[in-house]
Design a protein around this ligand. Sequence first.
Ligand SMILES: *Cc1c(COP(=O)(O)O)cnc(C)c1O
Length: 502
Amino acid sequence: MEEHIANTCRGGVQKCHNAHQTATSGLIFKESFLWEKSREGRCAVSIPAQDVEESLLDPELTSDPPELPQLSEMDVVRHYTRLSQWNFGVDSGMYPLGSCTMKYNPKTNEVQAARPGFAGAHPLLDEDLCQGALEMIYNLEQYLAEITGMEAVTLQPAAGAHGELAGMLAIHAYHAKMGHQRSKIIIPDTAHGTNPASATLCGYESINIHSGEDGILTPEAVAAVMDEETAGIMITNPNTLGLFEENIKEIADIVHAKGGLVYGDGANMNAIMGIVKPGDLGIDVIHLNLHKTFSTPHGGGGPGSGPIAVVKALEPFLPVPRVQKKDDRYTLVYDKPDSMGRMLTFHGHFGIMVRAYSYILTMGAKGLTDVSKLAVLNANYIKECLREDLHLPYDRPCMHECVFTDKFQADNGVSTLDMAKRIMDYGFHPPTVYFPLVVHGAIMIEPTETESKETIDQFIGAFKSIVQEAKENPEILKSAPHLAKLSRLDEVSAARKPVLRG
Ligand SMILES: *Cc1c(COP(=O)(O)O)cnc(C)c1O
C-alpha cells in the first residue's frame, strides 16, 4: 500500500507545487464592540404610539436601567453578519486539526435533527407521547454497541471528557462492588489531558508510563506497574500519535490478570470503524465522541455527546434512566440499584444523537467502513507526500492522522508555530500544533475522509511552498499570517488578562 501511495503522490504533488495562496484579505470588515456603536435614543424596533394609560413598573426595577447598547436593527444585523464572516469552519475550507476529526457534516443530519417531532419534543413528555424519541435512543445505543463490539451503551454523557468521567465512575463502582477499591490508574504519556483529569476526579492517582521508541505501548511497561492496587489502564487506540496500539490485547490481558479494567478512549474511532471492534481488543469501557466521528459540527464549545459503551460486567453501573424495549414499547427504567445515577439532566444532548443516528443510517455499515479506510488513506498520503519536507518522528504507517515536527526547519529559525500561522495565508486552517506533548514541535495533521484529492494536494502544495519559504525567506513565516485580519496576537496576555467586558 505504501508504494502505491508514494507513486500516486508524486503525480499529485507535482501538479500543485508552488501552490497559490488561496486565502485573500478581501472585503472583510473590522468590527467594533456594540457598546462603541451605541448612540443615545437609537432603537431597533418601532412600537406604535401608546394608546392606553401609562402604568409604571415597580420603581425599584426601573430606577437603574441596565446598560445596554442602543442600536438600530441594521447595526445589529451587520454586527453579527460581520462576525460570522470572521469565522472559519469545515463548511468554508479544510480544517486538518489533528485529534479533532473536523470532517464535513452532511446537511441531511441537520434537517433530521430539526424535524419538529424531534426538535420540539419536551424531555418531560409522557412515555406514551415520545415513543419515537425513545426508539431513536434505543436504536442508536444498539448501533453503537454493534460498532464498538460492546454489550450496552449510555448516551447521557455530554462530551468525550464527560464520557471518560462516566467510564471511570463505572470502573470505580465495579471495584467497590468487588469489595476492594483501588487507588491508581495507568495512563500513557501520549494520553489526552482529559484522561488523567477524569481519573483524578474519581480519586485515582495517575501512574504515567512511557510509550516505546516506535510510539506505542509495550506490554513490559504495563506489566512493570500493574498491581492489585491499580484499578486499570486508560488507553487511546489509535493513540494520539495516530498510531495503532498493536499490543493492546496483550496489555489488556496483563491488566485483567490483576483484576484491573481497560478504559478505551475512543476519540479516534474514525480510523477503525468496521475494521476492528474495541470489544475484541479487551477493552471494557470506551467512550465515543459523536461530535467527532458521528458527524456533529463542533468547535467553539457547542454541545457534544460522549456515549460510553461497556461490557456486560459494567452494565449495572450505567447512568439512569435506561431505555428499555418490551413488546415494541419503549420505557424509561430508573430502578437500577447499582447505577452511578444521572450524568446529565434528562437524556443527554438529544439533538446530537439524532444527527449521529441519521449519519449511521445514511452511511450504512459499508459506508462507515469506507469512512475509516479513506481517513487512514488520506493521512498516509499526506505523510508520504511531505516526508522529505517535514521531519517524521515515527516513520511507520499511520492511522487517521500523521505527526511531523519542525526539526528540519529549526536551522532557519522557523518553528511549528510559524508554519501553522503561515498556512492561513494559503487558505487552510492550521493543523494541531505542539500536541501530543511527547513530540517536540509536533505538527499533527488529520485530513479526515471528506476532503477531495484536489484539496489535499493543494494542502500538501501549500506546505511544500512554506517549507521552501522557510529556507529562502524565513522572515515571511515569522511575521505570518499576512492576509488574516489580525496577525500575531499576544496569546499569553489574551489568556492571562482576558478582556471580557465591553
Ligand atoms: C477530543 C478528545 C477527548 C475529549 O473529548 P471532548 O469531547 O473534547 O471532551 C479525549 N481524548 C481524545 C484522544 C480526544 O481526541
